[in-house]
Write a protein of this length. Structure first.
Length: 581
């Protein structure tokens, strides 16, 4: 017995040394919740001594300031039901150290003659919780900003598209007037084409903004890849010729003609990457190589490489390439651009399941590689692009239409008339389209009519909401009359009476123009028109075409058609690379 005392003491000291190595505060309590011992971290954290701690009831520590209701709940109600309990969070103003958040873990142990002991471990998570709160606040602020941005986009879309609907709608209606003079038809055609051109730009801006709001979606379709590449070649040939750069677009190996993906986003990616290559290349050239890799580890891929002989990008600036609103020094020196093009392009490509990479050397040039999954399509799935015929009216024997100026009138009209199809505007006075659709669908016979929602919103979730509450389809303002007639036909099968197509010669007089048509024309007349095309100055171009009219009205009409149709490449082909001598 005389030898066991020192041995037990040695074991206790050994155990205490082990406990003291633990960085979190530890308390060892007996069955009555008195402190048997604590580790060094406990004394250091709470600034107390052994004399103030050992042998005392835990609730008596700090002159009773450890008598915490939540701590009593843990020790007297929760722990007795289990031998192990983890992650009990306790927030309290502790003596000497102030308000802290502690994470408590409890373990019951049987320790021989000491009976049952309770080990209480404490972890100070105050800073972690504070950081988590800051992150949560930042996340909430970001989500609020995104919601505000979404609301802004929805409102901006509506505010822009509504007047555009009037511009395009009335110009289309006025073009139906048979008493219009040729000059009036020409002016209205210009308004209509310019409005559609402006709408396309607005849609692009809204699409860019939706990326930041995290609301961009894919709209895949089957399209002619080779035709897209040809369009891009024609688009950029003007700029490369101006800078005297070589430019080539080539397909390598067996590249499918028809593929399935989002053509609008892919086109925008090509334009952004090619635009950068041409902008920063002053000598040499730009090349585009397209190949299909059908033996990839993850499946077939389409790989497009855009190579230039520009200044290249230094290693320390390459990480800026795909960041929003950041530009390399070369980009800043160019003085143009927002630093969004490549960032948007990468977002689009990743949305399509691919990625963009770059390899570059300063002073040599860069190669941007665009890689997306290759989904081959079929020719019959490509949507036709035939010129729509003008609808004069319904074929005889078909029902007429009615007009309601608000949702309440629409509901009454449905009850009285029982139409086959309803065009329902989204925003209306008295009762909006959402409520009107809901009431019609809830009425007797309300499931019968087809409902096409008419919306000025560019946000997909608003369109999905319309479909969810009972719309069969939607059409976005401003819409082309041909699109509206097609949807009506698709849903209820109505047939139309069409206007006779114009004679081929009158329909495309511009097609007769060739560079020889302008042979011998003075340089001081041709050169300003070419400059106006290069700078996209439509007003200046039309002013010069009016000068041509006095010389040759037929050629002036052809040039005007090309100009108002934004067919700049055809105009440049007519004018020649450096103007006609």
């Amino acid at each position: 017995m005389t030898e066991r005392g020192p041995l037990v003491e040695d074991i206790q000291n050994y155990a205490q040394n082990i406990v003291d190595t633990v960085r979190e505060p530890l308390l060892i309590l007996d069955a009555t919740l008195r402190v048997q011992s604590a580790n060094r971290a406990f004394y250091q954290t709470f600034h107390v001594s052994k004399e103030e701690t050992e042998g005392r009831l835990i609730y008596e520590l700090g002159n009773g300031q450890w008598d915490i209701p939540d701590l009593r709940t843990l020790l007297e109600d929760i722990v007795p039901q289990s031998s192990v309990f983890d992650d009990f969070e306790l927030e309290h103003a502790f003596p000497a150290i102030g308000r802290r958040v502690m994470l408590l873990n409890a373990r019951k142990l049987r320790a021989g003659h000491h009976g049952e002991l309770l080990v209480l471990a404490m972890e100070d998570v105050t800073e972690r919780r504070r950081a988590e709160e800051e992150v949560a606040k930042a996340r909430d602020a970001a989500e609020a900003a995104n919601r505000a941005k979404s609301a802004f986009l929805a409102n901006m879309s509506h505010e822009i598209r509504t007047p555009m609907n009037a511009i395009l709608g009335f110009s289309q209606l006025m073009l139906r007037d048979r008493d219009l003079s040729p000059r009036q038809c020409q002016y209205l055609g210009t308004i209509n084409r310019s409005g559609e051109h402006l709408l396309a730009l607005i849609n692009d801006i809204l699409e860019m903004s939706k990326i930041e709001a995290g609301r961009t979606t894919l709209n895949p379709s089957t399209f002619d890849l080779l035709a897209l590449l040809k369009d891009l070649e024609m688009m950029f040939r003007v700029r490369t010729d101006e800078k005297k750069l070589s430019f080539a677009v080539e397909t390598v190996g067996d590249v499918p003609r028809y593929i399935v993906t989002d053509i609008n986003k892919l086109r925008q990616v090509f334009i952004n990457v090619l635009g950068n290559a041409v902008k920063f290349t002053e000598r040499g050239g730009v090349g585009v190589r397209v190949r299909a890799d059908r033996g990839g580890a993850t499946g077939p891929v389409l790989r497009v490489e855009v190579e230039d002989t520009g200044p290249g990008i230094s290693p320390d600036e390459q990480d800026k390439l795909f960041r929003q609103f950041e530009q390399t020094k070369t980009g800043q020196q160019a003085g143009t651009g927002t630093g969004l093009g490549l960032a948007i392009s990468r977002e689009f490509v990743r949305l399509m399941g691919g990625d963009i990479t770059v390899s570059t050397r300063v002073g040599t040039g860069s190669v941007f590689a665009i890689q997306i999954p290759l989904n081959e399509g079929e020719a019959r799935a490509v949507e036709p692009t035939n010129q729509p015929r003008q609808v004069l009216g319904l074929r005889p024997g078909q029902a007429a239409c009615r007009l309601a100026t608000n949702g309440a009138e629409a509901v009454r009209g449905f009850e009285e008339w029982r139409p086959h199809l309803i065009l329902m505007d989204f925003r209306m006075p008295v009762m909006d389209g959402r409520e009107a659709i809901h009431r019609i669908r809830a009425a007797v016979g309300g499931a019968d009519p087809k409902i096409i929602a008419v919306t000025a919103s560019a946000m997909d979730e608003n369109r999905r909401e319309l479909m969810a509450i009972g719309a069969d389809d939607y059409i976005s303002k401003p819409f082309r009359e041909a699109d509206l007639f097609q949807k009506i036909h698709a849903h209820v099968g109505v047939e139309y009476v069409y206007a006779e197509p114009p004679a081929a010669a009158a329909q495309d007089e511009a097609a007769e123009l060739t560079p020889e048509s302008l042979a011998g024309w003075p340089r001081d007349l041709i050169h300003p028109m070419r400059e106006a095309v290069v700078t996209a100055d439509l007003d200046q171009l039309l002013a010069k075409i009016r000068e041509v009219e006095a010389r040759d009205p037929r050629i002036a009409r052809g040039l005007r058609r090309l100009a108002e149709g934004f067919q700049y490449q055809k105009l440049l082909d007519l004018f020649g690379p450096g103007g006609v001598q």
